[in-house]
Design a protein around this ligand. Structure first.
Ligand SMILES: [Fe+2]
Ligand SMILES: [Fe+2]
Length: 187
């Protein structure tokens, strides 16, 4: 079951959020390894969005151009804040929190504005194709950063339901996960 671009991006947001929590709980000597992983994952995620997802949204809905540019600026801002935290010898915690807050704000904007706009503007099959492009680009960038192991997580029933709702599949609320997957695949 291929996840569409919206599901994949949201799932990757959750991966980043889990890593943020791990940094907060880590011993100082383990922290840098996690921060380096976050840096690689965030860069791979943002570049893949900028290369495939953002242009697709602008093409499908030119009114979103401003929001898309704003999103790309926030990617840059987050990267700068993470570099500052990484390089700080004093007050890592405060600087890392600033970075986390900026990313949380960006994720919220994407999930409440850009991604719903994308789902609305792009047909389901195109959204799945875009998901493949996003994922391939993201993995290629991760590989460049030396992160090979990136086991895809299972698609959840909630994600399938969201896709079924977007495709207006009748009877979706009483379907099992397998039935939802089948109906979404055929849509
Ligand atoms: Fe994102
Ligand atoms: Fe983003």
């Amino acid at each position: 079951m291929t996840r569409d671009a919206v599901s994949l991006i949201k799932a990757d947001h959750r991966v980043l959020e889990r890593l943020f929590e791990q940094v907060k709980q880590a011993e100082p000597e383990d922290r840098m390894r996690l921060v380096t992983e976050i840096e690689a994952r965030l860069n791979a995620h943002s570049r893949a969005e900028e290369e495939h997802v953002y242009p697709a949204l602008i093409a499908a809905d030119p009114d979103e151009r401003g929001e898309v540019h704003h999103g790309a600026e926030e990617h840059l801002e987050a990267e700068e804040l993470l570099t500052k935290a990484k390089e700080s010898t004093l007050n890592f915690t405060g600087k890392f929190q600033k970075f986390v807050d900026a990313v949380a704000h960006h994720i919220e904007e994407e999930e409440t504005d850009l991604l719903p706009a994308l789902r609305k503007a792009v047909a389901a099959a195109e959204l799945r194709r875009l998901g493949e492009q996003f994922d391939q680009a993201r993995r290629a960038h991760l590989a460049e950063a030396g992160i090979q192991a990136d086991v895809p997580e299972q698609v959840t029933k909630e994600e399938l339901y969201e896709q079924a709702k977007a495709a207006d599949i009748p009877g979706r609320s009483s379907m099992t996960k397998d039935q939802l997957a089948e109906a979404v695949r055929k849509s």
